[in-house]
Design a protein around this ligand. Structure first.
Ligand code: ADP
Length: 583
């Protein structure tokens, strides 16, 4: 029952609907008592030879009216109670979604997507079940059960009622025991489902890799194993669940046995009429449903409790990156200065960046180069405040970046990540992501700077063409350029291109860089690249190796050093010459 206490906040919020639903349920439970009573009456009238056509018709009409009233009332309590439970699912779903969108990169690094999806689907369904069928079963079985017992004791025979109830405590003990077993098993079943969800999601995302490596069979095998595990754990739940019904049937059977044996004795000794005994056993039959319902209640509540615990545990994980009290509520502008002694990722000990000190004036372009894994992306992520725990500071304008509100800081930055992502919507919506209502001319302007406008006009529906998972497939270079246009639309203080020109050809790259220079004068740009031509004209270039700056300066200066930069530049030029020669 603890889950009802956990959900009390919701029941309070929806108290009108729940109270009305429960009152209607109570009326239905009382109406339930009428038919057995009438049957008993009629039997006694028949026995006494007193039944007339008129009385029979009268009682039949009462029976029909009762049945009709129950029909209508049942419809309403369903709406009240089940309707409210849908609201609970909606509230929790929205909470989860806004929680997911607010969490930082390190959260997503630790969590598996399939697991998060399972929380948002299966778990919410189980919680909704508790607030709907759970409440219904609990209240209805208590009311129906309670009223039936009262009717038996008060209107027929309290002695016989006590005798009929003798087997009940055994049932309470057993069902309680089954309930505690169920909780553990259900936790395991939900966890197995989470893993299966994760596996499915990963296989679908990685299908190309699976196929090109010919790993379909192995993947299907591993899916089968996990799927079998889910079945096994759910069967374990079902096994315990299945113990409820036989237990209840035995208990009810015993009650019937005792009632008939003792009831018959009372009829013979004239303590009861035969009609009363018939009413009594019919009432006993009415107790079967509340008992069975009580059994299934354990299942519903244990599912709900396990799922509510899972969701609450997830929601209680604190956000790691928070605004400081009195955070600055303006968009940062001005120069950027890194004073980073070191930085290591959460859960790692080895620093990925060390002694990163440089300054970038407003309006300048910074080029960051270095081998894969040198720390270029990490350096950028620190500016976006994706991770905390820097040993040192980064200044933006006159303040440290963590003194600004995070949303303000991010508003000032147009970031094009390495692994660009397009939503399954139109080109236009993808570009206008940060401002869906913006005028088309701005969208086209951004697309022109990113040199994707002409390509878009070639698509069948132009700017209205659907891209992403459900739409046309675009080349890597086209996706990159749409992502650049998306970042440019904000006309950000700082534009960051994280290896975002890798899939466009050298000529287009040059054209994009030229447009950026013209259109973004006075604004800062940071470019990481493998191809040095992308950063050759930068005001400042830094070369990273193993998280440290090994060279820095302008292109000309670096070319005078006999370092990594010069060697790389010469080798890339040679490659280009060879390629040109080959044409
Ligand atoms: P680059 O952009 O130069 O290729 P990265 O900044 O992506 O380099 O990576 C630098 C180092 O940090 C690499 O050794 C990489 O494995 C590690 N790294 C990157 N991202 C994470 C992360 N989220 N958690 C832990 N280590 C990471």
């Amino acid at each position: 029952m603890r889950v009802f206490i956990d959900l009390m906040w919701f029941f309070k919020q929806e108290k009108k609907a729940y109270i009305s639903g429960i009152l209607i349920l109570a009326v239905v439970a009382v109406l339930h008592l009428i038919p057995p009573k009438i049957v008993g009456y009629i039997v006694d009238l028949i026995k006494e030879n007193e039944l007339t056509k008129g009385t029979l018709i009268k009682w039949i009409i009462v029976l029909i009216v009762t049945a009709l009233a129950m029909y209508v009332l049942r419809y309403y309590w369903r709406i009240m109670i089940f309707g409210s439970s849908l609201k609970l699912a909606r509230i929790l779903r929205n909470r989860l979604f806004s929680y997911f969108t607010n969490m930082s990169s390190s959260f997503y690094q630790q969590k598996r997507v399939g697991d998060l999806m399972a929380h948002a689907t299966n778990d919410l369904q189980a919680i909704q079940g508790t607030a709907g069928s759970g409440v219904l079963t609990f209240v209805d079985s208590l009311l129906t059960g309670g009223f039936v017992v009262i009717a038996m004791a008060a209107t027929i025979s309290w002695k016989l009622t006590l005798i009929a109830l003798i087997p009940m405590p055994f049932m309470a003990i057993l069902t309680n025991y089954y309930g505690s077993l169920l909780h553990k098993k259900f936790h395991k079943a939900q966890e197995a489902f989470s893993s299966l969800n994760d596996k499915t999601q990963e296989s679908i995302n990685g299908i190309k890799v699976i196929k090109t490596f010919g790993q379909e069979k192995e993947d299907i095998e591993s899916f089968r194993a996990q799927s079998a595990d889910v079945v096994k754990k759910n069967v374990a739940v079902a096994k315990i669940d299945s113990l409820f019904d036989p237990t209840i049937s035995i208990v009810i059977g015993l009650s019937f046995f005792l009632s008939i044996v003792f009831g018959a004795k009372y009829v013979i000794s004239n303590e009861l009429t035969i009609g009363q005994l018939i009413s009594f056993t019919t009432y006993l039959g009415l107790l079967i449903w509340p008992m069975l319902a009580f059994g299934s209640l354990f299942n519903i509540l244990e599912r709900g409790r396990a799922s509510y615990e899972r969701v609450s545990n997830l929601l209680s994980e604190p956000k790691e990156i928070l605004d400081r009290p009195n955070a600055i509520n303006t968009i940062p502008t001005g120069s950027i200065e890194y004073k980073v002694k070191s930085f290591h990722y959460p859960n790692e000990t080895k620093p990925v960046l060390e002694d990163i000190h440089f300054q970038l004036k407003q309006g300048e372009t910074l080029g960051i180069v270095g081998k894969t894994g040198a720390g270029k992306t990490t350096l950028i992520k620190l500016l976006l405040r994706e991770f905390e725990g820097i040993n040192g500071t980064i200044l933006f304008g006159n303040n440290r970046i963590d003194e600004y509100r995070i949303d303000r800081l991010r508003e000032s930055i147009g970031y094009v990540p390495q692994d660009h992502f397009l939503f399954s919507s139109t080109v236009k919506e993808n570009i206008a992501f940060s401002d869906p209502l913006i005028d088309q001319t701005f969208i086209e302007k951004a697309a022109k700077i990113a040199h994707i406008h002409d390509d878009i006009l070639q698509f069948t529906d132009g700017y209205e063409t659907i891209v992403g998972e459900k739409g046309v497939s675009l080349s890597g270079g086209q996706k990159q350029r749409i992502s650049i246009a998306r970042a440019l639309l904000k006309d950000p203080e700082v534009l960051i291109l994280d290896d975002s020109l890798s899939a466009v050809d050298a000529k287009t790259e040059e054209a994009i860089l030229k447009s950026l220079k013209e259109e973004r004068s006075g604004k800062t740009t940071i470019i990481t690249a493998h191809r040095l031509s992308a950063i050759k004209h930068a005001n400042k270039i830094i070369v990273l190796e193993n998280g440290k700056i090994i060279e820095s300066g302008k292109h000309d200066v670096l070319m005078e050093n006999d370092g990594w930069y010069k060697a790389m530049f010469v080798s890339q030029q040679l490659e280009e010459l060879v390629e040109l020669g080959g044409k």
